[in-house]
Design a protein around this ligand. Structure first.
Ligand SMILES: [Zn+2]
Length: 374
């Protein structure tokens, strides 16, 4: 397969500046990072391809040679030799430069590649559930939650792993019919960290960790949905030595509201009005997620009418405004009447004024449903 042009790989023009080259590579590296694309061979090869392109284009001398001779500049005696494949260690060693050390030297990744060099171990994730009321969801809330985390026990000391001498990898030499072959593998004594525990206090586990109860404050944005999972980076279990902490994964649980029903960002409220109120009109208080609100019910309201209170719903989690509160009018009809009431309605029954005469503005049920979702 023909090698792709380095400028094309990074999606830049030949006149790109050093800063533009760096920026383009950073974007590619993040997009195709193996941590984000586990077990994706295509992403891994794109990741390597981008690293190779950057390796050449970020070096003035190599760039000049590439600009003049193309890929041939590196054939045979070239910097990468033959296939030009960089290994993952080479790639990660570029990262200090690209990401300002954010990922640490040769590691900082939980994924780990077979045969990688020294890497930082990541602590396990902590999973918790948080129950929220509809009001808390609508307004956003800060929750203080007691959690039990594994943290490094004070007094734990580390020493360089004697198996790998701190490199995190071991080299094995095997004799094959092709001659002696060297293979590098992650050190099993230290898990690739390069360090092992020297001394640990009583109560600490094999990794020098103890369980500690902590109160963690979690800011929950408005508009979260039942079943959604929020990640609080670095608040999971700690890792031994120079490892990095895992994350706290917060599962959202929505408590049922007494009078309001949620449907996406919209809320529904069933309003019951008496027959006289429906005929004469009234005003009444209803629940909203920001407290009670008084609404007017027009004289002659029809049962099934939907009053829309714009913006009284739930804020969209992605910032697309707020939902509405839809108030469904239900005219309450009494099941029993006394003699006097019965006589009253008997008189009304014969009055032509009480005969249903739907106007074109009295929408059918199906039209109303259509409206609700528009
Ligand atoms: Zn080791």
């Amino acid at each position: 397969m023909a090698k792709r042009d380095y400028y094309e790989i990074l999606g830049i023009s030949k006149s790109a500046t050093a800063a533009e080259i760096k920026k383009a590579y950073r974007k590619m590296a993040l997009k195709f990072h193996p941590d984000k694309n586990p077990d994706d061979k295509d992403a891994e090869s794109k990741f390597k391809e981008a690293a190779e392109a950057y390796e050449v284009l970020s070096n003035a001398d190599k760039k000049a040679r590439y600009d003049q001779f193309g890929h041939q500049a590196f054939d045979g005696s070239g910097g990468f030799g033959g296939g030009g494949n960089m290994n993952m260690d080479d790639i990660f060693s570029q990262f200090g430069d690209i990401f300002g050390g954010a990922f640490g030297g040769g590691g900082g990744f939980s994924g780990g590649f077979g045969g990688g060099g020294q890497r930082r171990v990541k602590g396990s994730n902590l999973r918790i559930r948080v129950k929220l009321t509809l009001e808390e969801i609508a307004n956003g809330v800060e929750k203080k939650i007691k959690v039990k985390r594994k943290v490094q026990a004070s007094g734990t000391t580390y020493k360089t792993c004697s198996t790998c001498h701190g490199t995190g990898q071991v080299t094995r030499v095997t004799n094959t019919i092709l001659g002696r072959m060297q293979t590098a593998a992650t050190c099993t004594s230290c898990g690739g960290a390069g360090q092992i525990i020297d001394k640990k206090p009583a109560g600490a586990d094999a990794h020098g960790l103890i369980i500690k109860e902590e109160t963690v404050s979690i800011k929950i944005p408005a508009g979260v949905v039942d079943g959604m999972q929020l990640k609080v980076a670095g608040k999971g279990n700690e890792a031994p030595g120079n490892g990095i902490s895992g994350d706290m994964l917060v599962a959202i649980e929505e408590q049922e509201h007494e009078t309001l029903q949620r449907e996406g960002d919209n809320l529904h409220y069933d309003l019951y009005v008496s027959l006289p109120d429906a005929v004469l009109g009234t005003s009444t208080e209803i629940d909203t997620v920001t407290g009670k609100v008084r609404i007017k019910v027009e004289a002659g309201v029809q049962s099934g009418k939907i009053l829309r209170l714009r913006g009284k719903g739930i804020p969209n989690i992605n910032g697309y405004g707020k939902g509405d509160l839809l108030v469904h009018v239900n005219v309450w009809t009494p099941k029993t009447l006394n003699k006097q009431q019965k006589d009253f309605f008997e008189t009304m029954r014969d009055d032509d004024h009480f005969m249903p005469k739907p106007e074109s503005t009295d929408k059918s049920f199906f039209e109303k449903v259509k409206d609700m979702f528009s």
